[in-house]
Design a protein around this ligand. Structure first.
Ligand SMILES: [Zn+2]
Length: 364
């Protein structure tokens, strides 16, 4: 088995398996957030013309290149994401195979697949579905019992308990961070340089809020019932009522102006000129808590803490750079899942190196 030819064949197998799994992950990334079943319809179909894609046009990596990223039927562009997910999965599967004994490698393949699905769904939809997070916690505990080496022990019982504890710890720590963050940065005040026109317009069950050139969805601002959004206005109009200098005090379903309460259900348009805006801000979603718990279930508590710190550090740096460079506007949401996933993958490959460096630093 140690013969170079076998080694080469196993590497090719790991890469091809990764590309095929990546192709399946693309289906999960596309369908899970919109709640289509994975098996119905059984075949992959073109997102544009909905025509099923025959197997010979659905070969991972190869087809995307041969068809130059277009649907063979209608010519619609197939997003580069499909190719990227297949390539990333293939490379990660190969790297994992190269770096770990086979039992660990299989567990890490499952884990890496969950990280990839969580990352790409979060990037696109700003959520991480329970199938990824809660499914990941269950898979992590199960893998730890099956491969106790994941938790650095020989005992299956100890591995299961460590895995569960790491998951619980991850959830609780991030929950505390989240609650503390709400107290510290729960609200965000934006002062405008000049009086800025705004308009709130109802659209179906939701509404559009346009402030200056920035347009956003009303429901995006509110996570909890008690969240408030304040608009300091030079003048404001709520349907036919006009106000001069006024502070509009919004909840998700109502607005108060000079003591008068309007239910937003009965209002069609609010407009005026604003000087200052205070928005409620949710730093992270609940999905991130469960995602970090899943990382703990697979990699144990040290890796969970490392992922949290590495992810927060990278997230702040990227957030700051994009804001300074001007690629991001203040109302933009930031997904946290991809940063946690980055931290987890870094630990998988370099955790031991980091530990040795760290312990050398603490106790030389
Ligand atoms: Zn098509």
């Amino acid at each position: 088995m140690d013969h170079p030819v076998y080694q080469f064949l196993f590497r090719v197998f790991a890469f091809v398996l990764g590309a095929s799994v990546g192709s399946f992950l693309n289906v999960c990334i596309y369908r899970w957030p919109v709640d289509l079943s994975i098996n119905k319809p059984r075949r992959s179909f073109c997102p544009q013309c909905k025509r099923p894609i025959p197997w010979h046009q659905n070969l991972p990596l190869v087809s995307w290149i041969l068809l130059r990223g277009r649907c063979a039927n209608c010519g619609a562009k197939i997003a580069f994401r499909y190719f990227a997910v297949e390539l990333i999965t293939a490379l990660l599967f190969l790297a994992i195979w190269q770096s770990f004994p086979w039992q660990l490698a299989i567990a890490y393949w499952i884990f890496a697949s969950l990280l990839i699905v969580g990352t790409f769904i979060d990037l696109e939809h700003f959520i991480i579905p329970d199938r990824v997070t809660i499914g990941g916690i269950i898979a992590g505990v199960a893998c730890s019992v099956a491969v106790p080496a994941l938790m650095e022990t020989d005992s299956r019982i100890a591995a299961g308990i460590r895995s569960l504890l790491a998951a619980a710890l991850g959830y609780v720590i991030l929950w505390i961070v989240l609650e503390a963050g709400k107290i510290a940065f729960g609200r965000k005040r934006i002062e405008f340089d000049a009086p800025t026109p705004f308009a709130w317009t109802k659209r179906g069950d939701d509404a559009d809020l346009v402030v200056g050139n920035e347009e956003s969805l009303w429901s995006d601002y509110f996570a909890r019932e008690k969240d408030r959004l304040l608009l300091e206005c030079g003048e404001a109009r709520i349907d036919h009522h006009t106000y001069g200098d006024v502070t509009l005090n919004f909840r998700y379903d109502r607005v108060t102006a000079e003591g008068h309460v309007y239910m937003l259900d009965d209002v069609t348009q609010i407009s005026g000129v604003a000087r200052e805006l205070v928005i409620p801000r949710e730093a992270m979603g609940r999905g991130d808590l469960k995602f970090l718990a899943a990382i703990g279930a697979f990699l144990s508590w040290r890796a969970m803490l490392f992922s949290l710190f590495a992810g927060s550090l990278l997230g702040s740096v990227v957030g700051l750079i994009t804001l300074v460079v001007g690629k991001r506007v203040w109302s933009a949401k930031l997904p946290f899942g991809p940063y946690l996933a980055f931290g987890a993958v870094s630990w998988m490959f370099f955790g031991n190196l980091f530990l040795r460096w760290y312990t050398g630093l603490v106790a030389p």
